[in-house]
Design a protein around this ligand. Structure first.
Ligand code: FES
Length: 579
């Protein structure tokens, strides 16, 4: 019981626990003080459980239970589990935007994994940014890793109808502003919309990223859609714990799973599910951590010709609960495989290929998951736009846009920042009509800071009252995955670094052509040069601490908005002992 473990071991954790010197004493003794017998960690794979439980992140509030199931699975397979907390990011409370802190949280994750005696890690992810931040951090260490999503909430129920997180917040807010809904009725929906543990249950960013986890192969089959409160979510967590132990023996590290083929599969799955535009930034950032040079053009190329099959909000009408009961993501992946839109040999964390996992997946409801031959929406992959307004790219999600507006020319109505928008959008005297193009700037990575989800600008009440429900909107911001509309996002370079978006003036004509992949400001180059000479960069909101680090080092959206010095991997090696 007190005998030190043998010196020689293939396990990384043996560098801590198998030592016969003062360091081995220290490393072992402070586990024994918790009452853990040495035979529990002697020669056993040590599996970290990276937990984003926080009372400040309501979507992850059930993660203590999930962690217990992972632990049980690790023990059942002969491993030793050690749970640890990392910075958790919630979309609902954190200001100015959780995206500002995604890279900071990823640093926490990376250093927590590397600096500790772990052989593998299970990442507990849920609310939007907790998925990319944990996967990015783990990718930079490259141990065997499995992501376990917390699962979506049950469907919202309101006055006899289903309502979805985010999507119906936006639509009910517009109804309120148009005078079609009372304030009491609006407030009543608060308790009806979110009524169980779990993350947003539309195909918003959290559901999209849970789907990306499964499509990339870094989650167990079924990870995307099992509701948070369904017992099968706990079962999946338990099986992930068992599997993490086996992966240590197989040396199944993240870089063996996160290959270019895996990312191209995920891009196609994102198109098929009508997934969030935020996946574009997150997947590029994850790929660059693991050494895959994924670009915006890869998104356009790989996603072309892929149809949206899943009829979920915000692109359609159903919710994640319906999606799970209809067959979930395996049924979608099966359709893509049968249509020749899948790298079938991509490896996944359960040791099988993506195709082996999904080739026999049933579909129980064809109104929720359409067959590829009769899709819900055709050719709806993320479109990447170029032009003098966005030489480094901008994106639009066709499945959530109005088809008639996808080719449009209109007069610019410019809002210089988010405060300017809030100040003037309700003004009845605002010179705007439905054919105008709404322009919002200084909401990008450096400008906001953190690239907030404000790109789906609210429409002017005077137009809402006329029954207008969509207009072309362009910005350097992001948009909630639950939002919809003909909304061009992620314009790069952003206005705050002198991108052409900073030079647009009221009355300029802007041309959008999604089919032609073009976004153009119809102003002569000489005039733009003259305007550039008058342009001054905005002052950063804060000039110290993490905000300064972020401002000085954040990359543009087209490069994943990571910090420049975080791109790449340092691996799992730690050079020195700690005393
Ligand atoms: Fe957490 Fe939507 S607020 S997923």
């Amino acid at each position: 019981m007190t005998k030190p473990a043998p010196e020689k071991s293939a396990l990384r954790s043996a560098q801590w626990f198998a030592r016969r010197d003062i360091y081995g004493f220290i490393y072992r003794s402070w586990l024994k003080n918790r009452g853990i017998p040495q035979d529990q960690f002697e020669g056993r794979p040590v599996v970290g459980i990276c937990n984003t439980y926080s009372e400040l992140v309501p979507c992850n509030s059930h993660f203590r239970t999930i962690a217990e199931h992972v632990k049980a699975g690790v023990l059942e397979a002969g491993g030793f589990p050690l749970e640890f907390p990392v910075m958790s990011l919630g979309e609902t409370l954190l200001r100015p935007t959780a995206m500002l802190y995604r890279n900071l949280a990823s640093m926490d994750v990376e250093e927590s994994i590397r600096g500790n005696p772990l052989d593998a890690v299970v990442l507990l992810v849920g609310c939007d940014k907790t998925t990319p931040s944990l996967v990015m951090g783990a990718a930079s260490v490259d141990l065997p890793a499995i992501a376990v999503s917390g699962g979506p909430m049950l469907s919202g129920k309101y006055r006899g109808a289903d309502i979805g997180s985010g999507t119906n917040v936006w639509s009910m807010s517009e109804d309120l502003r148009a005078g079609r809904l009372s304030l009491d009725a609006f407030h009543e929906a608060e308790a009806c919309m979110h009524r169980s543990h779990g993350h947003c249950m539309t195909m918003g960013t959290a559901s999209t990223m849970a789907s990306m986890v499964e499509a990339l192969g870094i989650g167990m089959p079924g990870n995307a859609a099992i509701p948070a409160v369904d017992a099968r979510r706990n079962l999946l967590a338990r099986m992930a714990g068992r599997r993490a132990v086996e992966m240590v023996g197989e040396k199944l590290t993240l870089s063996r799973v996160l290959t270019r083929k895996a990312f191209e599969n995920a891009i196609r799955v994102n198109a098929a599910i009508g997934g969030s535009t935020n996946a574009v930034i997150h997947l590029i950032a994850i790929a660059r951590r693991i050494g895959v040079a994924l670009t915006l053009d890869d998104w356009d190329r790989a996603g072309r010709g892929v149809h949206t099959l899943v009829n979920l909000m915000p692109s359609g009408k159903y919710l994640m609960e319906d999606f799970y009961y209809a067959g979930g993501l395996p049924a979608v992946i099966r359709e893509l495989g049968r249509a020749g839109k899948l790298h079938k040999d991509a490896l996944t964390v359960n040791g099988s290929t993506l195709w082996q996992n999904c080739r026999d997946a049933p579909c129980w409801n064809r109104d929720v998951i359409h067959p590829f031959g009769s899709p819900f929406k055709e050719n709806a992959g993320i479109a990447v736009l170029r032009g003098n307004l966005c030489p480094d790219g901008a994106i639009i999600k066709p499945s959530a846009a109005t088809p008639e507006l996808m080719r449009h020319r209109g007069r610019a109505v410019v809002f210089s920042d988010i405060e300017d928008l809030h100040r003037r959008i309700d003004d009845p005297k605002l010179r705007i009509d439905p054919s105008c193009v709404m322009v919002l700037r200084n909401c990008g990575p450096k400008g906001y800071p953190g690239m907030a989800e404000v790109g789906n600008m609210p429409l002017p009440p005077k137009l809402l009252k006329r029954g207008i429900t969509d207009m072309v909107r362009i910005s350097d911001a992001r948009m909630s995955g639950t939002a919809y509309g003909t909304v061009v996002l992620h314009i790069a370079p952003e206005a705050a670094v002198g991108g052409a978006l900073a030079l647009v003036r009221d009355g300029d004509m802007i041309e959008l052509d999604v089919q032609g992949r073009r976004l153009q400001l119809d102003v002569a180059a000489a005039e733009l040069e003259a305007r550039r000479k008058e342009w001054r960069p905005p002052k950063p909101a804060l000039d110290r601490g993490y905000w300064k680090l972020y401002h000085d080092h954040v990359l543009q959206a087209s490069e994943g908005a990571d910090l420049d010095f975080l791109v790449g991997s340092s691996g799992a090696f730690v050079p020195r002992d700690n005393h």
